[in-house]
Design a protein around this ligand. Sequence first.
Ligand code: ATP
Length: 287
Amino acid sequence: MTEPMASSPAAMTRPAEGRAPGVPDGGRPILEIGDVRRRFGGIMAVDGATLDVEEGSVTALIGPNGAGKTTLFNVITGFYRADHGSIRFQGREIARRPPHAIARLGMVRTFQITKALARMPVMDNMMLAAPEQPGEQLVNLLVRPGAARRREREVRERAEELLSVFQLERLRDEYAGVLSGGQRKLLEFARALMAEPKMLLLDEPMAGINPTLGARLLEHMHRLRRERGMTFLFVEHDMEVVMGHSDRVIVMAEGKVIATGAPEAVRSDQRVIDAYLGGGAAVGSEG
Ligand code: ATP
């Protein structure tokens, strides 16, 4: 589900700024994916995908339903194992690493608030999202209680700061389950940022979010890119958001990357138009 075109957050927060300072156009890749394949039974969900994501960029991954976008996200972040191919993050091969190891290297994806998390207060959701530190191991809690307390204080301060940025602080003691769809999306984003990632992958950040909250999410994404040089890769069906908020668009169809380029170039690429028409939707339409 996406917002109507006229009130789309894209129209309200079109980024005026360029890329992060020090990140040249056509800069070095932070993520390099080579000939990745992933099969489910008889279905080749990802069928030899090859692509790069430039450091400090906002890159959109689009494609018709069933193109393999979510599967590729899960393979990149270690939740599914690739059957074949290489995935390099900051020059390091990560294709066989588990999700927590990949997150520790600085690549994180957002997650939907699960039923278990929905039954916990917003603040606890944030605290749980902090990466595990040596201080949390039992032996360190006993041997170095001061360090563990300091770490807990730092994590809490970071959580407070992020809740405030996303204007969720007055909901800190509410159960996450009572948040609106849009507020949940912001909480998912804020939770992912607890790990202070270098690169963040977002799966349909605009689905089910109202224009005001969507604009807040996009604004924050651009600020993190501008101020910290963070890299974003997002899957999105709302073409207004894709065209207005990405530097580069990667298009998948039937498990393969069929086009890569600037948003306007990709939009008029005949292969892309054909892929969408084959999938029953035109580029520039919604959902
Ligand atoms: P959408 O835009 O509809 O979310 P997508 O581009 O994210 O689609 P995927 O969800 O990655 O596409 O699915 C690609 C193909 O793999 C589809 O044919 C889908 O049915 C299949 N698939 C995905 N996950 C699984 C799974 N866990 N088991 C079996 N088949 C799967």
